[in-house]
Design a protein around this ligand. Structure first.
Ligand code: GAR
Length: 192
């Protein structure tokens, strides 16, 4: 059974989808820790309700990212985790952090990388006017939304579609593709 940490900054809908799939489909994985960098993030309550321990790391309380990350790395080492799922974690991980878990950190991005990286993938694609955007799952490297792509699912932007409607469609796809990809990765034994 793979011991996983989820790192998130916001609502936590992808965390919830992953946790639901693990339970409902009896996937050989356990989310043993949720790392959060925002004290107001709704994911905190979602994780607590699921009985998963949460560690809040306020980067601003540290002199450097390195120091904040060392707290996280110590925690994850004590938790003996096998891999990390980023689920809306709005920070870049250092090269050192990424090298600690080589090929064991996965991210979801709400656009078709390498288009529209960064924090506003949905909005950026919408405002550019592309007719197709989507969702990408990829391995994490020290770059912004870079790293080998594992899965992509397109989402069409229909004429007259609002940004809000697009966001709903993107999130619906995310909540299917992230659990599916996790299932696939577990089958391949990437966390063993
Ligand atoms: C998701 O749409 C995820 O793809 C995005 O943040 C959202 C988190 O939502 N991530 C990025 O933009 C990473 N660059 P959630 O907190 O409800 O899972």
């Amino acid at each position: 059974c793979a011991r996983l940490a989820v790192m998130a900054s916001g609502r936590g809908s992808n965390f919830a989808a992953l946790q639901a799939a693990i339970l409902n489909e009896a996937l050989p994985a356990k989310i043993v820790r949720v790392i959060v960098d925002q004290k107001e993030a709704a994911v905190i309550e979602k994780a607590k309700a699921a009985g998963i321990p949460v560690t809040l790391v306020d980067y601003h309380a540290f002199a450097s990212r390195t120091q904040a990350e060392s707290i996280i790395l110590d925690r994850l080492a004590s938790d003996r985790i096998d891999g990390i799922l980023l689920a809306g974690y709005m920070r870049i991980l250092s090269a050192h952090f990424v090298a600690t878990y080589p090929n064991r950190i996965i991210n979801i991005h709400p656009a078709l990388l390498p288009s529209f990286p960064g924090r506003h993938g949905i909005e950026d694609a919408f405002h550019y006017g592309v007719k197709v955007t989507g969702v990408t799952i990829h391995y994490v490297t020290a770059g912004v939304d870079s790293g080998q792509i594992i899965a992509q699912v397109p989402v069409k932007i229909e004429d007259g579609m609002s940004l809000a409607a697009l966001a709903v469609s993107i999130h619906e796809v995310e909540h299917v593709v992230y659990p599916q990809t996790l299932k696939h990765l577990l089958k391949e034994g990437v966390f063993n």
